[in-house]
Write a protein that binds this ligand. Sequence first.
Ligand code: ACO
Length: 329
Amino acid sequence: MENNVKTMMLGTGVAIPPKTLTNQDLEKIVDTSDEWIRERTGMQVRHIVDDETQNSDLSAQAAKQALKDADMDAEEIDTLIVATVTGDVTFPATACYVQDKIGAVNAAAFDIQAACSGFLFGLSIADGFVGTGKSKNVLVIGCELLTRIVDWKDRSTCVLFGDAAGAAVLGPANGDGRGILGTFMKTDGRLAHLLCMPGGGTRYPAQVAISENLNTLKMRGPEVFRAAVTAMGDAAAHILETAGLTVDDVDLLIPHQANKRIIDATVRRMKIPPEKVYINVHEYGNTSSASIPVALNEAKEKGLLKPGDVCVMVAFGGGFTWGSVAVRM
Ligand code: ACO
């Protein structure tokens, strides 16, 4: 299987806004409690951007750190992908602003939208591009400023989200077996209405959206929860099969950090020992497409992922989208 490895992860980076929002802070904004949030989600604190910071700022910060980690100059990147549902503007792509901010002058830059699965969809695209020789060095960024689009009057959603960015640089594998072992992506658009921001596009342009309160994130939580548990299990099973791995081969599982209960259910379904599962949802909340690259970078920094270790990442998000990637570090 490892002879098929075409794409290697060369570096990772993150950007975390310094300002925090605790459960106690949220108690002052909506009718909620620290106890309810901890029990239902596992969350304690999230990081939120100040009014001046844009998605492309956080993305650029994470990108620079990933480039440094990869010991690479921005000019060496030929493909720049930003996975986000909270871009700077409707168009052009946030990736264009990031390209300018980091000086990736030789890159084709574009955004992809797969909500919380965005970073893994980006890795999958990067693997395809590098594997076919279409690209050499690809920068994949997952960045969200979800606190800008939540409804601060809706306690069932506003307590869940935080802001962050994470990035990875990918390039050709060097033949030692390290790199992307497999990828899996899936979508079910019949369930798109369960988690979305309806306003601001062409269906409900900005002015209509504001007057009808459609310019904020809408989620039918319990339905999303049920679908997430099934989809995460599905994504985990597929990636083990695709990459020719067993649970015993996995050194670290990084699930999308949406809710501790969804993670626990995925862990039970996979029958993976809990000590092999990385969880930081208590520190960041749900940062959507940033959640996996932030966790990945953190796990590396803590020494939980050493060269040669197998890491499996599994995500689920609006769309619905779900997917998984296995990588030998
Ligand atoms: N504080 C206190 N009470 C609350 C809060 C809150 N913040 N939010 C809801 N409640 C109340 C409800 O009003 C309801 O009260 P009622 O029984 O009197 O009607 C009660 O708590 C239970 O509400 P449920 O929605 O059934 O609670 P649930 O256990 O399902 O937890 C949650 C809600 C946390 C949102 C859960 O459904 C969930 O995590 N869903 C999945 C979210 C997710 O994974 N999203 C991932 C994708 S995100 C993306 O793609 C951008």
